[in-house]
Write a protein that binds this ligand. Structure first.
Ligand code: XUL
Ligand code: CO
Length: 440
């Protein structure tokens, strides 16, 4: 069988001291950390769009990376992508993958021909999944690339476009079910607006909810028992995306009665584009019981767009894994690398180096997060900081016993309370974090 990542063997765990560039230093898939194998704690997934399709094209230049995998006929190219994807997952010990419909098979002239192509390639994917023992983390539909979606899909001003998007999503849900995926993602694509001068925002938002409800109803009717996800993003490609951030999405889901079927797929670079930290977005989802899955990447803080870089910042991966552990770990979700190599990193080895870097960054993040929790200093500082709510007036407020009149009486009797304030100790806590990170 043809080898696409030639000369690269199975990437082994060699421990932190290894200088072998083609080895893991922190990711040891079957090592037990926090009571579970690392591969189950992290549930790494390959993003088909960046890894198998992205060729480095940007607004100023053509692709730098040939992703035709030695073929020229469109369907043959896409079959080769499938073989290459599974070879790569096997070599990297990545257990899951994710795709948009158009990543796995090229769109044809008609919807029915596009659908038959999807049937053909998904049969191949199904065989490869069995052969390599790999799973589908989630599926989705690309309702943003084709010109028909220039004004959006579920939020398009034109009903024909909405219907076409619904047809595409129906098929993508069928594929997800066929391949045993436990997640289905709605990322806004072009669901947003450029100017309110031509936009009926209320109708667009209601229509988006209509589309999601139809999707849930249909998916459940064909046996999908996984989670739906919305992936928040504040901008790009539209100036204002409706799924701005976690808080906005949760409000939308609750308003429309979608919160039992949907959770959030949080992407690190989308969080920072919204002016939030990655951890903030995860914490909002966790606090609201809506945490589902993660698109793991990082942005460049000096750049205002979505750079989708492989994650290497351990501070962020550690605080991310802290939130994941505190959420009870992944159930149907996982860590998808929605990340691409830089335009100048255009060789097959670069893809392997990139995944090793991202996987090791998250594996180290997991190790730090477990240590942070076992150490307990930060958690106990936080619980102590809120200890006045456990008894006395605090407990009476929480139980509902103390109302405005009782609180006024309490305050009048107590007098000035500035002395009740204690230091937030931010610098001390940041130093605790550093000491835990660097004592490994
Ligand atoms: C775009 C993005 C998407 C979603 C899936 O910014 O993150 O690739 O993850 O549609
Ligand atoms: Co994403």
């Amino acid at each position: 069988m043809k080898e696409f990542f030639e000369g690269i063997g199975k990437i082994a765990y060699e421990g932190p001291k290894s200088t072998n560039p083609l080895a893991f230093r922190y990711y040891n898939p079957d090592e037990i950390i926090g009571g579970k194998k690392m591969r189950e704690q992290l549930k790494f997934a390959l993003s088909y769009w960046h890894t198998m399709c992205g060729d480095g094209t940007d607004m100023f230049g053509r692709g730098t990376f040939v992703k035709t995998f030695g073929e020229s006929e469109p369907m043959e190219v896409y079959k080769a992508k499938a073989y290459a994807a599974f070879e790569l997952m096997d070599k990297l010990s990545v257990d899951y993958y994710c795709f948009h419909d158009r990543d796995i098979a090229p769109e044809a002239e008609t919807l029915s021909e596009s659908n038959s192509r999807l049937d053909e390639i998904s049969d191949l994917l199904s065989d490869l999944m069995k052969k390599y023992d790999k799973k589908l983390l989630w599926g989705t539909a690309n309702c943003f690339n084709h010109p028909r979606y220039m004004h959006g899909a579920g939020t398009a001003p034109n009903a024909d476009v909405f219907a076409f998007a619904a047809a595409q999503i129906k098929k993508a849900i069928e594929l997800t079910v066929k391949l045993g995926g436990k997640g289905y993602v709605f990322w806004g694509g072009r669901e947003g607006y450029e100017t309110l001068l031509n936009t009926d925002m209320g109708l667009e938002l209601d229509n988006m909810a209509r589309l999601m409800k139809m999707a849930v109803e249909y998916a459940r009717s064909i046996g999908f028992d996984g989670d739906f996800y919305v992936e928040p993003k504040p901008k790009e490609p539209t100036k204002h995306q409706y799924d701005f951030d976690s808080a906005t999405v949760i409000g939308f889901l609750r308003k429309n009665g979608l919160d039992k079927d949907f959770k959030l797929n949080i992407e690190a670079n989308h969080a920072t584009l919204a002016g939030h930290t990655f951890q903030h977005e995860l914490r909002v989802a966790r606090t609201e019981g809506m945490f589902g899955s993660i698109d793991a990447n990082q942005g460049d803080m000096l750049i205002g767009w979505d750079t989708d870089q492989f994650p290497t910042n351990i501070y962020d991966t550690a605080l991310c894994m802290y939130e994941v552990i505190k959420s009870g770990g992944f159930t149907n979700g996982g860590l998808n690398f929605d990340a691409k190599t830089r335009r100048g990193s255009f060789t097959p080895e670069d893809i392997v180096y990139a995944y090793i870097a991202g996987m090791d960054a998250f594996a180290l993040g997991l190790r730090v997060a477990e240590k942070l929790i076992a150490d307990g200093r930060i958690d106990s500082f936080v619980s102590d900081r809120y200890s006045s709510w456990n008894s006395g007036i605090g407990a009476d407020i929480i139980s509902g016993k103390a109302k405005m009149a009782e609180l006024e009486k309490y305050a009048l009797e107590k007098g000035e309370v500035a002395a009740s304030c204690k230091s937030g100790r931010q610098e001390y806590l940041e130093n605790v974090m550093n000491s835990i990170m660097f004592s490994l």
